[in-house]
Structures are given as structure tokens and as C-alpha cells.
Ligand binder design. Structure first.
Ligand code: EPZ
Length: 420
């Protein structure tokens, strides 16, 4: 397995272009199954999860044409298979997002039941409850979700027990072709949900309220193809801002959308960064200062994003003062703290809260990544630590960060990939 070798201690700085958002691209690629016409999607990030989703679409029979910039044309007219196989679903849980589109367009779908992962059990019960409310019959057989709705889905009033991004996205996509109106209450408000809705509207869907907690969808008989550009990745943007802030440096991000990161930028200001923004750029400058510790409690958007929690935990390990980090979304998303303590961090876990007492510095060590954002936080810890850090199992990183070592090298980091 590839490893990342880091010699920490540099103050990072420079300019970076933000890639397309993985967590918008994945549902948008699944949405192309809703039409028998051709759909063109642009600004896809070069990530393992994206190629896995493309492989899944191909396995279902969709025609894919990819250009050198990873813009992709998907032809949904040749979709013949309605089964998402175990081999693909086990490598990427987001495969569950093909369930709603396949069921809505073809009246049947089989998706291998996605397992949990390092951060939690990751149930999909709310996806299934919502589809049943729309008239689907769902059975779990042999590790597969088998869904049918021969007469087609019908609009329904659905209130989500828990705010779920994927659940909202699956039901939003399914409702576009249901007969009648669907109302989704307590819907997720993430920018990635809004991006999906805008793509569906471009395909002819009738949707209002995306980005609020109540989304209304009036089903239409069919959707058409469209040409759509995926939004920039706010979590990638936030990750590099935190990495540079932790080293006391200065960073300009091109192609970032500031209002997607309001609360993250507020926390960076609280930590001592000076932040300036424009319509599509963000500039951070620590002016050489050591960051101050910040308190974090994760919550659904517009609250503090759980996908930025591990990165801020890393920042707090070398900040002035004590920062309390509380994870409320996933039951096991403080796991990276144990590896950070092996680097000399002072982190105490109390329930779902990490109490981080900042140290002057960390010491490099061999560490092991466990999930996508935890891996990024260990890279940040390596960048601020003295000595050498070796991050193992970085396939987790390759799922969500495009060319991470090249981008960090561009900022002055001493980091290289050691092929296995
Ligand atoms: C999406 O996962 C993201 N993934 C995650 O990003 C992100 O952390 C998460 O949303 C929260 O923002 C993609 O978009 C591909 P949820 P998702 O359903 O949809 C519970 C990353 O690092 N729940 O919003 O799977 C669940 O257990 C990844 O890029 C149910 O109980 O997350 C959790 O506690 C990690 N029943 C909470 O909801 C359900 O049916 C939020 O999960 C569904 C979810």
C-alpha cells in the first residue's frame, strides 16, 4: 500500500485551485440514470470514488464517454441491468445513491446492502422508509436491498427522523419521476444537496426549497439530458485552509465559494487567521502566528461540518490553549486522536468529545489512516510535527483528495508518496 512520507516544520503558503466536489459529483452521477438521454457532467474531481461510481454506471449498462479533463457524457438509454453488485458497493457506500434513480425510472432495483465503515454503522433505514412511503416494496435478501414498485412511485409527505444527506438525495432523485407531489421535511440543507437539485432542475425536474429543510418535488413523466458543472469542493478547500493555518502560513484558494464555508471561516478567524473573500476566492493569512485553540461541535449544515472535524482537531493539537471538539453526527469519528497522541499530542476523550490541549510541537511518527478525513488530519499533524511522519493506508486519502501531495508540495511542504 502506498504511504505518504512527510518532513514537517515548514510554513506553508501559495495559491491553489479547488477541485470539483466529490460529495456533489457522486449523487449527480447517479442522477444521470433518471433519463434515457445523454447528460454531460463537468468539473469532476480525479478521485477513486468517482471512478468507482463511473464503473458502477457502466456495470448497469450506461454508456460513458470521458474526455481528458474528466468531463463525462453518460448515455442512460442503454441501462439494462438494475443490480449494483457487492464488489462495487463494498468499496463505496455512496453506491446506495443509484437505488432511488433506478427504482424511479425502471420500477425495480437491487443494491448490495452497504456496510458500515470506520466512522460508524452508517444505516440506510431512512432511505428505505422514504421509498416505502412512496409506494416501493422493499425486501432484504442475501445481503441485497431488493426494491420494486411496478406501478411506479407516487408522491408522499415524508418527514426525516434524522437529517441525512444521502437519504435526502436518494428521495429527492426518486421523487422527480413519482406521480404527484413529494414533500421532504427535515431535509438535509448541505450545498451538495442544492447542487444535485440544480442539476435535476436542469434535467427538467420540478423542485423547490432545496437548501431549506423542506423540499417540494412535483413528479414529471420523464427527465431530459443536461449539461452540468459540479460545484467546488468545500471540504477540500477547508482542509487546505486548516493545513496552512496550522503552519502559520498564507493561502489563496481560487474557485472556492466562501458562503459554503461560513462557519469554518468563522472558526479560522477565532483561531487568529485574517480572512478575506471574493465571489469565488478565499484568502487566509496567519501572519506567522501560532493558531489559538477553538471549540467545535459538529452538526448538519449550516452547522459545523463533521467532515472538517478531524482537521480542526489536528489544528488544536498545536494551538495555544485547550479546544473541545464534540462529534455529534457519527458515533466513531474521533479515532484519529489516538494516532495524534502517538505524535505527542495531548488529547483526552470524554464520550463524544475530544479535549485537546495544545502543545508547542508534535513529533513525527509512523501513523495509520482509518478513513478519509482522519487521513487528512494525520497529514496535517505530520506537516506541523518536527521530524518525519509516515502515513500508511493512504488509499483512504485518494478517495477524496485529488493529487494531495502535489498540491501540498506546491505550498512548500516536504511530502512525497512512497509506492508500495
Ligand atoms: C454524507 O454521508 C457524506 N458522504 C459524508 O462525507 C458526510 O460526512 C455526511 O453526509 C454528513 O455530512 C457523501 O455525500 C458521499 P448522512 P451520508 O446520511 O449521506 C444517520 C466524507 O468524508 N443516518 O447524512 O452517508 C447516520 O448514521 C464523507 O466525504 C441514519 O440513521 O451521511 C449519521 O449518524 C464521510 N439512517 C447521520 O444520519 C439513514 O438512513 C448523518 O448521516 C441515513 C443516515
Amino acid at each position: 500500500m502506498d504511504k505518504l512520507h512527510i518532513r514537517g516544520g515548514q510554513t506553508l503558503g501559495g495559491v491553489l485551485k479547488v477541485s470539483g466536489a466529490k460529495n456533489a459529483a457522486l449523487p449527480i452521477l447517479a442522477a444521470t440514470l433518471l433519463t434515457g438521454e445523454k447528460t454531460n457532467i463537468h468539473n469532476l474531481p480525479h478521485l477513486h470514488d468517482i471512478t468507482t461510481m463511473m464503473e458502477l454506471l457502466g456495470c448497469l449498462g450506461a454508456g460513458l464517454t470521458v474526455d481528458e479533463r474528466l468531463s463525462i457524457e453518460i448515455d442512460g438509454s442503454s441501462v439494462t441491468k438494475l443490480v449494483a453488485p457487492y464488489e462495487l458497493v463494498k468499496t463505496m457506500r455512496a453506491s446506495i445513491l443509484v437505488l432511488g434513480p433506478l427504482l424511479a425510472r425502471f420500477g425495480a432495483a437491487e443494491v448490495s446492502f452497504p456496510g458500515g465503515c470506520a466512522i460508524g454503522s452508517r444505516p440506510v433505514d431512512l432511505h428505505l422508509k422514504g421509498l416505502e412511503a412512496m409506494g416501493a416494496s422493499i425486501a432484504i435478501e442475501g445481503g441485497f436491498i431488493k426494491a420494486t414498485c411496478p406501478g411506479g412511485l407516487r408522491g408522499a409527505e415524508i418527514t426525516m427522523e434524522t437529517v441525512t444527506v444521502g437519504g435526502t438525495e436518494n428521495l429527492l432523485m426518486a421523487a422527480t419521476l413519482a406521480s404527484g407531489r413529494t414533500t421532504i421535511r427535515n431535509a438535509a440543507r448541505e450545498p451538495e444537496v442544492v447542487d444535485l437539485a440544480q442539476c435535476l432542475i436542469a434535467m427538467g425536474a420540478k423542485i423547490s426549497g432545496a437548501g431549506t429543510s423542506t423540499i417540494e418535488i412535483d413528479g414529471v413523466p420523464a427527465l431530459s439530458g443536461a449539461d452540468y458543472t459540479v460545484m467546488p469542493d468545500r471540504i477540500e478547500a477547508g482542509t487546505y485552509l486548516v493545513a496552512v493555518a496550522a503552519t502559520g502560513g498564507k493561502l489563496r484558494l481560487e474557485g472556492a465559494v466562501p458562503h459554503h464555508l461560513d462557519i469554518v471561516l468563522d472558526k479560522l478567524k477565532e483561531s487568529g487567521a485574517s480572512i478575506t473573500t471574493g465571489a469565488n476566492w478565499i484568502e487566509l493569512d496567519m501572519e506567522g502566528r501560532r493558531p489559538r485553540a477553538v471549540g467545535i461541535t459538529t452538526a448538519p449544515y449550516p452547522g459545523f461540518p463533521t467532515d472538517m472535524q478531524a482537521q480542526f482537531t489536528a489544528l488544536n493539537t498545536v494551538a495555544e490553549g485547550v479546544g473541545r471538539v464534540t462529534e455529534t453526527v457519527f458515533e466513531n469519528r474521533l479515532i484519529q486522536t489516538h494516532e495524534m497522541n502517538r505524535m505527542g499530542a495531548d488529547i483526552l476523550i470524554e464520550g463524544n468529545t475530544a479535549i485537546v490541549t495544545g502543545r508547542d510541537k508534535l513529533t513525527g511518527a509512523p501513523v495509520m489512516a482509518s478513513d478519509l478525513r482522519a487521513s487528512a488530519s494525520l497529514v496535517i499533524a505530520g506537516l506541523v510535527a518536527g521530524g518525519e511522519t509516515l502515513v500508511d493506508r493512504i488509499y483512504h486519502i485518494d478517495r477524496g483528495y485529488e493529487c494531495i501531495e502535489e498540491k501540498l508540495q506546491q505550498l512548500g511542504a516536504d511530502i512525497r508518496r512512497l509506492p508500495s
